[in-house]
Design a protein around this ligand. Structure first.
Ligand code: KIV
Length: 259
């Protein structure tokens, strides 16, 4: 048995930071899990980093199920959470139950994530939690609303900051086991983190969250473009390009294979 949602809540109480990354396939999931990542998110950002779409909107539930199953097969220890994609849960609570149920039943991941903290989302989180489906919330910059909000930092006005704080509290009260805080000011993330009994997982939200998440393609320097708050720890685009061009040269010069 791997990590549980309850374990993450206990770690918040103990002040232990939660380390999270995204994954979209078996190979990377295995590597992240073996490196000791606590939470692996099959984020719908895979629509952009693995499938070449311009936004996260086009990815379907079936595509998410395909990737989540592959990730799940690569993981022994981490908690695996799968994003519910755009329009797989917003129509009604029963649509959300159907989508989240398929995610848990067909992929074996332990939890789902959905975006937003408006009243309809809160009702959905409450119903999913009641029937035993763990839910991670996501407030601040919510990429599924890109055509309304853009990719700008959220919560920069007092009204907006108060709304995001209320949404995070409502998600927690509805039964969410954690909340992603994306691209909001660090002081707002600090306030939310102090008020919630559940962990906050920050991305572009300062260092005072209970944990941090990055899109793995950004961390590894694989993305064509990445948000200003992401950090690349290696430039795999350059390394891969160099390896491929070394191989090409060897083949063209008859140096590979050697006999
Ligand atoms: O889809 C994703 O990768 C995410 C993270 C940015 C939190 O939701």
């Amino acid at each position: 048995m791997g990590l549980t949602t309850q374990q993450l809540i206990t770690w918040k109480q103990q002040g232990r930071s939660i380390v999270a990354l995204t994954a979209w396939d078996y190979g990377f999931a295995q590597l992240l899990d073996a490196a000791g990542i606590d939470l692996i998110l099959v984020g719908d950002s895979l629509a952009m980093v693995a499938l070449g779409y311009e936004t996260t909107l086009p990815i379907t539930l079936d595509e998410m199920l395909h990737h989540a199953s592959a990730v799940r097969r690569g993981v022994k220890r981490a908690l695996v959470v799968c994003d519910l994609p755009f329009l797989s849960y917003q129509e009604s609570v029963s649509q959300a139950i159907h989508a989240a149920g398929r995610v848990l039943k067909e992929t074996g991941v332990q939890a789902v994530k959905l975006e937003g903290g408006h009243p309809a989302a809160i009702e959905t989180v409450s119903r999913l939690s009641d029937i035993g489906i763990p839910v991670m919330g996501h407030v601040g910059l919510t990429p599924q609303s890109v055509h309304r909000l853009g990719y700008r930092q959220q919560g920069t006005t007092e009204t907006d900051a108060e709304r995001i704080l209320s949404e995070a509290i409502a998600l927690s009260e509805a039964g969410a086991f954690a909340v992603v805080l994306e691209h909001i000011p660090a002081n707002l993330a600090r306030t939310i983190t102090a008020k919630l009994p559940i962990p906050t997982i920050g991305i572009g939200a300062g260092s005072d969250c209970d944990g941090q998440v990055l899109v793995t393609a950004d961390l590894l320097g694989l993305s064509e473009k990445q948000p200003p708050f992401a950090k690349s720890y290696v430039n795999l685009r350059d390394i891969v390009t160099q390896a491929v061009s070394d191989f090409s040269q060897d083949v063209r010069e008859g140096k590979f294979p050697e006999n």
